[in-house]
Write a protein that binds this ligand. Sequence first.
Ligand SMILES: Cc1cc2nc3c(=O)[nH]c(=O)nc-3n(C[C@H](O)[C@H](O)[C@H](O)COP(=O)(O)OP(=O)(O)OC[C@H]3O[C@@H](n4cnc5c(N)ncnc54)[C@H](O)[C@@H]3O)c2cc1C
Length: 637
Amino acid sequence: MDLDAKIPSGPLSEKWDKHRFALKLVNPANKRKYNIIVVGTGLAGGSAAASLAELGYYVKNFCIQDSPRRAHSIAAQGGINAAKNYQNDGDSIWRLFYDTIKGGDFRSREANVYRLAQVSNHIIDQCVAQGVPFAREYGGLLANRSFGGAQVSRTFYARGQTGQQLLLGAYGSLMRQVGTGRVTMFARRELLDIVVINGQAKGIVVRNLVTGKIERHAADAVVLCTGGYGNVFYLSTNAMASNVSATYRAYKKGAYFANPCYTQIHPTCIPVHGTYQSKLTLMSESLRNDGRVWVPKEPGDNRPPNRIPESERDYYLERKYPSFGNLVPRDVASRNAKAQCDLGKGVGETGYAVYLDFADAIKRDGKDVIAQKYGNLFQMYEKITASNPYEAPMMIYPASHYVMGGLWVDYNLMSTLPGLFVLGEANFSDHGANRLGASALMQGLADGYFIIPYTIGGYLAGLDRTEVTTDHPAFTDAVHYVSKRTEKLLSIDGKRTVDDFHRELGHILWEYCGMSRNDDGLLKAREMIRALRGEFWENAVVPGADKDFNQSLERAGRVADFLEFAELLVTDAYTRRESCGGHFNEAFQTEENEALRDDENFCHVAAWEYKGDDKDPERHTEPLVFENVQLTQRSYK
Ligand SMILES: Cc1cc2nc3c(=O)[nH]c(=O)nc-3n(C[C@H](O)[C@H](O)[C@H](O)COP(=O)(O)OP(=O)(O)OC[C@H]3O[C@@H](n4cnc5c(N)ncnc54)[C@H](O)[C@@H]3O)c2cc1C
């Protein structure tokens, strides 16, 4: 299949305007004839459902949580980027575009990224109009701080709770539409299959997580906003319910999965404490504005940090990358932390941690200023570790946090399955091989508020519309498939818990397909994943019944999908014979141990097509064409 990204022709800065004009429109009076399913209520799903209903479409909106407000987006801490240039420090749409392309190690589409930078400013206006309480300067203008991979301050924030405040804004708009009757909310539902009729996505099958009932829902188009698959690593900063199931089931129904090996390991998380831990906590990247990262110069130096004099500390990021210092992008910061720990310079009980020190910032700005900026993050750190970061440096270590891979989408955000659109972290579109901090919220809201309202109209207006009902045999087939799978899970009757399988899968991926990868490890991981998957279907224990509230069953379904998807992730990593961004294959590195790309052979998106349970997936490519920026070796020195 030809992967046509449908990128409009013409100058970069005019593509989106030109495209919006070229897209067919749905007459306002006709919009109410269309039903759209939006799965997900995070920033992408919440903003999409509200915007589509505001336009006049009828929307059914689904989520796993008991309230749309509890989507994983609520956890976002540090901020959201936009090219407003309020600081007058040299920012522009072009600079945001360039930083994002470079930050992603030249593995994203120019046209998508430029559009993202263009609409970033509208997002801030929209959110301010909704009443989102962004931090402000004394003169009233919105305040900004810096994030990694940029030398300007363009990150808008609401203390360390930016995601929560943005989500409340989207939720307000969503509830307004629930009030008008144009959005119907279906909370506590889990998507288990996509229904395809005549080659088009026409509905979904979900499980009611409270009653266990399998439900059918038909629509003219389906919009997936189901977030990322970072929990494939088991330990991650993601919400516990974050999963790959929705996108993986769509993959099995014809949507290609793009760049699954592009995963982001975030440098500043609270280190792992014990074997039975099930969750990791992020310390926002914003802390690197003022915190200085260091380790003792001598391996094995286990003196307390305040007893190690300045001359015996290595502020390795400032030393190696004088221009960007502590604000290098995440992939660079994470790999460097690992390298220091591998040299024996790690700190803390396990030796897998580095310091993030605020002593200089407190001396310079005073404790009150630091507390005003990061108070809730410091409090959270102290609650979890029982150490006061105003007095002793934080200890941090990289952890799985975000995924750049996701379902392949074209410029209209439509997958290879016609009628199935994918937004937010669930798609692969804008961040290349590494996402810059504060750009996920920007992308999710850009997709939901400003892109899908146009592009879905173009699809619907061109549709030869025949109304589909849930009596269609395709729905019956999907329900049959879902029920059989549930039956199979409940009948395994083994001895090992589902969490135990998930934990082992996480160990395999972290060890062999984490911050650094090599061919032997990847091949070994593939075998181990296959064996683990085999054992899962023989020896997992899934108690309870299907016609009831059953969290073990929920988890079992998600872990079963992770066990299949993990193989695709590792296969993708193995076949990309280069290093770029978060994908670091040790065989491909510069003399200074930075990622070494192969632009001649791998300047493309890899998109995988499902060919059947017993067959290997097929790798397709979409060439990445750079007309406006020159590909260079990334440098943050
Ligand atoms: C701790 C933390 C801090 C972060 N801080 C920042 C930050 O400061 N700035 C930034 O830009 N980014 C940040 N990120 C990243 C950012 O929060 C996410 O990428 C973004 O919120 C994802 O939004 P989303 O709408 O795509 O998905 P989500 O918010 O994950 O929403 C997914 C939705 O889909 C639903 N869903 C999922 N699967 C199914 C299913 N099978 N069936 C039915 N419904 C389903 C869920 O219920 C949920 O409603 C952070 C991430 C973490 C983990």
